[in-house]
Ligand binder design. Structure first.
Ligand code: SF4
Length: 165
């Protein structure tokens, strides 16, 4: 990986290793969510393929086939999907011209600081299938507005996503 590549190159100029390294592994994009009107609602309920302990996808190569609402995140799809990613997500931040968060593993060298700050879904996500549709409202953990432009670009309603181009 090139030195401090996240500051020197645009998302589209990154190689696959650099692209992957931007993901801090928080797992927040693998929580169930719903887009209704202008609002994104995020639930503390994991995607069926999320391994909650590691906050990693259990079947990354086949995720798009197994979970039709999963999106492939690429330099060209970030403009369409960034509104569904959390504020802390490096893809969203770099796309918006913001720096990496101070606790990011690329700056610290490991995940110790992000773990200390609780930037992982491992300690609160509950398994997919453990909540009925009627109970979902009790598990809302965040809501934020989607810009009109994004709404026009976006299709579908939900989103665990993916990181690899
Ligand atoms: S893509 Fe972003 S939100 Fe998803 S796990 Fe990686 S850093 Fe977290």
């Amino acid at each position: 990986m090139r030195e401090r590549f996240w500051e020197r190159y645009s998302l589209g100029e990154l190689n696959s290793k650099e692209w992957e390294a931007l993901c801090d592994g928080c797992g927040q994009c693998c929580l169930q969510r719903y887009v209704d009107g202008n609002m994104v609602t995020v639930y503390g309920v994991a995607c069926e393929l999320l391994d909650i302990d590691s906050a990693r996808c259990k079947d990354y190569p086949n995720r798009l086939r197994k979970v039709p609402s999963c999106h492939r995140l690429t330099p060209t799809s970030v403009p369409k999907h960034y509104g569904w990613l959390p504020e802390t997500c490096a893809y969203r931040r770099l796309y918006k011209g913001k720096p990496l968060p101070a606790w990011h593993p690329l700056l610290i060298g490991d995940r110790s600081k992000m773990r200390k700050k609780g930037i992982t879904v491992s300690h609160y996500a509950i398994p997919s299938g453990s909540v009925s549709r009627r109970q979902m409202e009790r598990h809302v953990i965040a809501r934020w507005p989607v810009s009109r432009l994004q709404k026009r670009r976006a299709t579908g309603a939900v989103t665990p996503k993916t990181r690899r181009p």
